[in-house]
Design a protein around this ligand. Structure first.
Ligand SMILES: [Zn+2]
Length: 974
């Protein structure tokens, strides 16, 4: 009886489940390391056994999620290579290396049949991703034959440590587990893993974690550097694609056409699956927004059914900016998404308190627990369970997701016929060849096609006349214009990068930048064309890696080059470092061409190197026999230092990228060097102080203040610490010595450049005169593109610029500058000087008539002040007598080079409210200090490899460092 019952039961169980046992010891550890069974699901509560494929424990010596064990990226990679050696269902390839030379890998997993026809499957996704000329019937056949590609990426953010551990175990599970669930994933999809995206930061993080555990009595270093350039912002490089890790991702995405890219992050409890609060990116196909929700709610439902608390969506992140790495998917008709799971920042098991997110609300009906003991294994369990559920869902619905991918691609191609526009055009008469090349490169690296027109065309565009009525007008586009057609697969990304953004301030608070329009940020004119006839114009596609041709025309040994405020001007100067360069202070004519102020006159260079440079840098050079007769000054090569502190290197890395990309050399120095070097002037001519983190001035001066020394340097035990700079002791900041040294540096003729947050330092410490921080309580301009007017066109800092320039500005600082500031601000000035008139007093006559007191002859009053004086000369004599002692000498007053535009002209793209608080305020200020200068930027001219149009503000300052006073309205006394 018993035997027959057992036999009957056995016959109901699928044979495969019987064939495969569990790795009992490993399974036991999973349970032990999980703090509560509610943080476990049936998908991950065991590890299948395999006789020939090694589990992570067999290779590494420990179970995934073991307390106090983190795995270096190199060992994670070693594990996957062992796995690939043993399993016919796993392959490993290299995606490329980072700036520091570490490898990023791509793990490919599917069943044997799919891997055997992988090239064919890749062809299918590529064809569905570019369905130009594909019939619906053909697409249907391809969808049926194809497999969706789901790419999960781990450890982009180095302190978020769980995902590489989890992905190793999940890779093993996908390779060996013989349940129908896992078999369906293998059969119906291709799974890609990049277990560690930020490989440089991962190695440093594991070193730091080990340092923490092995030196419990010492203060551990913080993770000051992740990769060579940026830290947490590495996932905000999806738009600029400046980092090699991002370039490797986009290259891989364009090769594989993944259906989903899924980043694994850690922050909020217990598992947030992305959708966002909105406002959502307005250029995406609504299908993808639905897919975000579809996948998120599938995971939430399935995890909730399994009794796991705290899996939710919506209330974290917005969904607006396309600068995230997963826009390699969203921007390319695929699905970009992410998790935030609960991480402990290492591998410790800790008691954690959950505050805000433990409250129940509509998008979190099953919230995280307010108090919890949390382990690395819990984190692994939740990530892995939800990701498996997502993979299974996509595999089960493979035709639906592949068909959506095809539809989104097709609808992108149909964009000009439906919602429009038809194209963006860079007019062919735009002279900034370097700027255009940079903008085209920014599009091409994303897989966006660019064309060039061989003949002029006229298109009809609707605009509004003065009265707001729609009128149609003809727009002439010259031959040689560049066309970004929007009947191509990535038209939506092209549109979102080139269109302007409107961010309503009443929308939820933005998670990141609100504006990013690339044309204005690159200072390149782009025309939005809705007339589809543009697509019929004669044009040829530009090859990948295209650059506008440079040229050297004419003969002679003197070379004239126009300054068009491009980074390439600086490249040229430093390339031909032994040649003699002059900058013209006025316009001139040479070789039959007109040159503007700031044009370079080069002598002592051989023609072959000038020709090579012209070609590489897209510059037009005119050779003439004799130097033009024009007022000019020498451009002597500056010795440049670029500063970082020991608190946060996040923002200065973007500056190093811009300097490195244009091959502008610099010494990379810490604030300690400034503190310890009395004679900075003896070493450098220009000190560039990029924006710092959000540390207070006090913290910047004092730095880290702990009892024991904190090293940031490689050692035998911790080989990955240190780099790109290193020190035996991170403690201490700039110090008052550093401030005094910087001041002495400027007094001695040096130039200090400071921007955004770092510009507060010279202002608030009194290093400069007559500049102050203005109050802007209502201003809302979070990561916006705003217009600045060049108001002092004779300043070398403005060489090559037009009348206005779009700049990146993020909320602060707002400056005031001028003599009224020296007197204690506009309000104080008004007290001394009398308030600006608010119209006439009540009395006889009309609003413009004089007021005539009775019983005495009429005497006209003085002209009322229009506002604070711009120079000392504008201060009336009788007031000046009274306040002279409070004013710096006229030649010490700041020179405002650029101002934010008037209120109605200020907005270009992104959020702007209470713009009047920023309108007309100085954006670029050249402050004389002793024989030198402090140059302040309220905007950030070097931001995320997106603000190419502003780069020359910095580079002009560098090139003209010892002649910044050229064209100064009030000359400086020697
Ligand atoms: Zn993160």
């Amino acid at each position: 009886m018993r035997r027959s019952l057992a036999a009957a039961l056995l016959s109901c169980v699928p044979a495969v489940a019987l064939a495969q046992g569990h790795d009992a010891a490993y399974t036991q550890k999973i349970k032990e390391y999980t703090t509560d069974p509610m943080f476990l699901t049936e998908l991950v509560d065991h590890l299948p056994a395999s006789a020939k494929v090694p589990s992570p424990e067999k290779v590494l010596g420990y179970v995934v999620g073991t307390p106090e064990r983190l795995t270096y990226a190199k060992d994670v990679h070693r594990y996957f290579r062992e796995l690939a050696k043993a399993s016919p269902r796993v392959r490993v390839s290299t995606m490329g290396t980072t700036e520091e030379g570490r490898e990023q890998i791509l793990v490919v997993m599917s069943d044997e049949a799919n891997l055997a026809r992988l090239d064919r499957l890749k062809q299918i996704t590529a064809r569905l991703g570019d369905p130009r000329g594909l019939s619906e019937a053909e697409a249907k056949t391809l969808v049926a034959e194809g497999r969706p590609v789901y790419w999960a990426t781990g450890a982009m953010h180095s302190p978020e440590t769980g995902s590489p551990e989890m992905l190793m175990e999940m890779g093993y599970r996908l390779a060996v587990e013989e349940t129908p669930f896992i078999q369906a994933i293998r059969r119906n999809s291709i799974v890609l893993f990049t277990p560690v995206l930020e490989v440089d930061g991962r190695e440093r993080m594991v070193d730091i974690y080990r340092y923490r555990k092995e030196n419990p009595s010492r203060t551990p270093p913080s993770l000051l550097y992740w990769g060579k350039y940026v830290a947490h912002d590495n996932n905000r490089d999806g738009l600029g694609l400046a980092l090699k890790q991002s370039q490797n991702v986009i290259k891989t995405a364009l090769e594989w056409h993944p259906t989903v890219i899924h980043d694994l992050h850690e922050s909020v409890p217990f598992l947030y699956t992305s959708t966002g609060t909105g406002p959502y990116n307005a250029w995406l196909d609504p299908i993808v927004v639905d897919e975000w929700h579809l996948l998120a709610y599938h995971e939430i439902e399935e995890m909730t059914k399994r009794g796991v608390p705290g899996v939710w969506t919506h209330g974290f992140y917005d969904g607006w900016a396309p600068n995230y790495m997963f826009y390699a998917a969203n921007g390319h008709n695929a699905i970009g998404r992410f998790y935030e799971t609960f991480g402990n920042g290492g591998a410790d098991t800790k008691d954690r308190t959950v505050r805000g997110q433990s409250t129940r609300t509509w998008f979190r009906p099953n919230p995280p627990l307010p108090q919890v003991k949390w382990s690395l294994r819990n984190n692994v369990n939740l990530q892995q369970s939800a990701l498996l559920l997502a993979l299974k869902f996509v595999a089960d619905n493979k035709d639906r997701f592949l068909n959506n991918f095809y539809l989104k691609s097709r609808r992108s191609i149909e964009k000009p016929k439906k919602e429009g526009p038809a194209a963006y055009v860079i007019p062919g008469d735009e002279p900034r060849a370097g700027g255009i090349s940079d903008l085209v490169a920014a599009l091409q690296i994303q897989g966006i096609e660019a064309h060039r027109m061989s003949a002029a065309v006229k298109v009809k565009e609707k605009t509004k006349d003065d009265k707001g009525t729609d009128v149609e007008k003809e727009v002439a586009l010259p031959a040689g214009s560049y066309v970004i057609r929007l009947d191509q697969p990535y038209s939506r990304l092209a549109d979102m990068l080139l269109d302007t953004q409107w961010y309503n301030v009443t929308d939820p608070r933005p998670y990141d930048d609100t504006g990013w329009t690339l044309g204005p940020l690159h200072d390149v004119k782009t025309v939005r064309v809705t007339d589809p006839s543009i697509l019929k114009a004669a044009m040829t596609k530009l090859a990948d890696g295209w650059r506008a041709p440079g040229s050297v025309t004419g003969s002679g040994t003197v070379f004239a080059v126009d300054n068009r405020a491009e980074g390439q001007v600086a490249s040229l100067r430093f390339r031909l470092k032994d040649a003699s360069f002059e900058a013209a202070e006025e316009g001139f004519e040479a070789g039959g061409r007109k040159f503007g102020p700031g044009a370079l006159i080069v002598t002592g260079a051989d023609r072959a190197s000038v020709e090579q440079s012209a070609k590489d840098l897209s510059v037009a050079v005119v050779a003439v026999d004799a130097a033009p007769k024009v007022k000019s000054h020498k451009l002597s090569l500056p010795r440049v230092a670029l500063v970082h502190d020991w608190l946060n290197t996040q923002n200065e890395g973007w500056w190093r990228i811009a300097f490195d990309r244009y091959a502008v050399p610099y010494d990379y120095v810490s604030v300690h060097v400034l503190r310890n070097t009395q004679d900075l002037r003896g070493h450098w001519d220009v000190i560039v102080y990029p924006p710092t983190g959000n540390a207070s001035i006090q913290r910047q001066i004092a730095g880290i203040q702990t009892a024991d020394a904190i090293p940031w340097t490689p050692s035998e035990k911790y080989p990955n610490l240190g780099g790109p700079d290193k020190t035996d002791d991170m403690r201490g900041g700039l110090g008052f010595e550093g401030l005094a040294n910087l001041r002495r540096f400027a007094e001695g003729g040096g130039v200090l450049v400071a921007a955004a947050s770092s510009a507060l330092l010279p202002v608030r410490t009194g290093m400069v005169e007559a500049v102050d921080v203005a109050e802007a309580r209502g201003l809302m301009a979070r990561g916006s593109v705003l217009r600045a007017s060049i108001v002092d066109r004779a300043s070398p800092i403005a060489y090559g610029y037009g009348e206005t320039l779009a700049v990146y500005f993020n909320q602060a600082p707002v400056f005031d500058a001028g003599p009224a500031v020296a007197l204690g601000g506009a309000q104080r000035f008004a007290e001394i000087f009398g308030p600006p008139t608010q119209g006439r007093v009540s009395g006889r006559g009309g609003p413009k008539d004089p007021d005539i007191p009775q019983g005495r002859p009429y005497v006209a009053p003085p002209e009322p002040p229009k506002g604070p004086p711009a120079s000392i000369a504008e201060i009336p004599e009788e007031i000046l007598d009274f306040v002279r002692n409070q004013l710096p000498p006229e030649d010490r007053l700041p020179r405002v080079v650029a101002r934010f535009a008037k209120k109605d002209d200020l907005w270009v793209s992104g959020m702007l409210d209470k713009g009047e608080e920023l309108a007309d305020k100085p954006a670029v200020i050249d402050c004389p200090v002793g024989k030198g200068h402090v140059v302040l930027f309220a905007n950030n001219p070097m931001w995320r490899w997106q603000t190419h149009g502003s780069h020359a503000l910095v580079f002009n300052t560098l090139l003209n460092w010892d002649n910044l006073d050229a064209g100064r309205p009030v000359s400086r006394k020697p």
